[in-house]
Ligand binder design. Structure first.
Ligand code: SF4
Length: 269
């Protein structure tokens, strides 16, 4: 254990925490960058972290969970995680983070923006103090996009096929349209997610990632068409109204990011 305060920035694989890493690079010396790998991440996340390492000119540490997702799934009675059963974040992200920190006094840099009102899900250990530089300095989404563009890093490549946020490929926070895009882009990952829904089938009943709709229903061509059509209609409606915030227009692809008020700050920032 050290008595000196360590400075740690957890990267999610998303744009906001990447921008914070770049923002803090010349502001805090000795910053430790760390990524908590669930081994269920999107391929583009690893690629983005590699490019971020090059931009930062320093290594990003990687933690691994004590046990695999499949192990914890079995421990939790084959109930896949959800916003009400968020054991995934605890076991695959938070515990590895706390093990990495140990008992050392730590300032934990969190990439919550000034234009967000999320509360989030972060460690509450007494030796860990969360700090919010973007909030403190009033940085909003347009600033984050600017930081990323000026650094040459840009946005994660999963945004090119329509995924709005980082995290596990099966994350229950994604919208139905994102499941459609996952199926189209990574059918093997979609199949894997589908298998987890039925892990519990023998004893009780299946649990679904996406509300009451099994992925086996969602992937039917007519249903995927319907989801796509509804998404396009909702976008069309929002486009012409004042409710579509200027930041969305400036910020590009991630309108889907809304609606996650109590999300995982360690997964999706
Ligand atoms: S990204 Fe989603 S599924 Fe993965 S640990 Fe975080 S909340 Fe759970």
């Amino acid at each position: 254990m050290t008595t000196e305060t360590r400075h740690i920035l957890s990267l999610s694989g998303g744009k906001d925490s990447a921008a914070l890493a770049i923002y803090m690079r010349d502001r805090v010396s000795g910053m430790e960058y760390v990524f908590h790998d669930t081994f269920k991440e999107l391929p583009e996340t690893y690629e983005y972290l590699d490019r971020l390492e090059a931009v930062l000119g320093t290594r990003i540490d990687r933690t691994t969970p004590d046990e695999s997702f499949e192990h914890w799934l079995a421990v939790f009675g084959n109930m896949i995680p959800s916003s009400h059963r968020r054991w995934c974040t605890k076991m695959l992200k938070l515990k590895p983070f706390e093990r990495y920190v140990g008992d050392d006094p730590v300032r934990n840099y969190v990439a919550l923006r000034a234009d967000e009102d999320r509360t989030g899900y972060i460690s509450t250990r007494p030796n860990i103090t969360a700090v919010y530089p973007f909030k403190e300095d009033g940085l909003v989404r347009a600033d984050i996009i600017r930081i990323l563009e000026e650094s040459g890093l840009g946005l994660p490549k999963y945004t090119e096929w329509g995924r709005s946020r980082s995290g596990c490929f099966f994350c229950f926070y994604q919208q139905k349209i994102e499941w459609v895009r996952l199926k189209q882009t990574y059918p093997d990952l979609f199949e894997e997610a589908k298998r987890y829904e039925y892990a519990n089938q023998d004893k009780y009943r299946p649990f679904y990632w996406c509300g009451n709709e099994p992925l086996a229903e969602l992937e039917k061509p007519e249903r995927m068409d319907e989801i796509q059509r509804k998404w396009e209609e909702s976008r069309g409606k929002t486009k012409g109204t004042k409710s579509r915030r200027l930041l969305h227009i400036l910020g590009g692809a991630d309108e889907d990011e809304e609606g996650e008020k109590d999300g995982c700050l360690i997964c999706h920032v």
